[in-house]
Design a protein around this ligand. Structure first.
Ligand SMILES: Nc1ncnc2c1ncn2[C@@H]1O[C@H](COP(=O)(O)OP(=O)(O)OP(=O)(O)O)[C@@H](O)[C@H]1O
Ligand SMILES: [Mg+2]
Length: 234
């Protein structure tokens, strides 16, 4: 059993008065890719946001390498080793690609990922490093993932990285996620396409209405056809 990087224990999370996550418990081990599965509105993004301090955690505990983090400010988490690639990507269009990366590097940790290595890995970013980051959807997503990597995180929270991209571009992003995985990175992944999500992951949790309804190794989840049909409609 690998070391646990991230752990949620009986987390109840709210947006204002709306109670969204109900007693959510999950864990992500070092080098694992763990999928958060569920229908639209099931609480997948909220789970990532709860970790990042962007949804209010009123009870339960979130631990990073065994230490509670739910009272840490969001800006602190990158330094600690948690990178978040949100659904809306949020790159800075008025900064160059290089500036976007340097900003992310400053708020993160030192490690193997350097600007140079990012440009080798993402040729499209290297070619345009000094251009403003007014980018297509696919390029924005590459930059968003690159910004996460350059912070040298212990875990990356990835929210629907292929969402809204043309099929060919989505495939490129999928390949990037696969490569990052193969290098042993630890990822908590939200991906709408169940087949793709499962092909990228070691284990998964199925959420419905803010609760974990099933969990296990991908093969175990696939074999649980009742849960798959009921909560994922596949
Ligand atoms: N800022 C917010 N304020 C109040 N309710 C919210 C907010 N964001 C999301 N919700 C609600 O929380 C529930 C869970 O949303 P969440 O974004 O976690 O879903 P999801 O599983 O990521 O699905 P999708 O991305 O397809 O919407 C939904 O009912 C949603 O309407
Ligand atoms: Mg979402």
């Amino acid at each position: 059993m690998s070391a646990v990087v991230l752990e949620l224990e009986s987390v109840n999370a709210f947006y204002d008065k709306s109670h969204i996550l109900k007693n959510v418990s999950l864990s992500v081990g070092e080098g694992e890719v763990v999928a958060l599965l569920g229908r639209n509105g099931s609480g997948r993004s909220t789970t990532l946001k709860a970790v990042m301090g962007l949804a209010s955690v009123r009870s339960g505990e979130i631990r990073f390498h065994g230490k509670p983090i739910q009272h840490r400010p969001t800006y602190n988490l990158a330094k600690l080793g948690i990178a978040f690639v949100p659904e809306d990507r949020r790159v800075f269009p008025n900064l160059t690609i290089a500036e976007n990366l340097r900003l992310a590097a400053l708020s993160g940790r030192k490690g193997n990922w350097t600007e140079k290595r990012i440009y080798e890995y993402f040729a499209v970013l290297g070619e345009r490093r000094d251009k403003l980051a007014k980018l297509s959807g696919g390029e924005q997503q590459m930059l968003a993932i690159a910004r996460a990597l350059i912070a040298n995180p212990a875990i990356i929270l990835l929210d629907e990285p292929m969402e809204g991209l043309a099929p060919l571009i989505a495939r490129n992003v999928e390949d990037v996620v696969r490569r990052i995985r193969e290098e042993g990175n630890t990822i908590l992944l939200v991906e709408q396409n169940v087949e793709i999500a499962m092909s990228l992951s070691d284990r998964g949790y199925i959420l419905s209405n803010g609760r974990v309804m099933a969990s296990g190794k991908i093969d175990e989840l696939k074999a649980d056809t009742a849960a798959m049909q009921r909560y994922l409609a596949v």
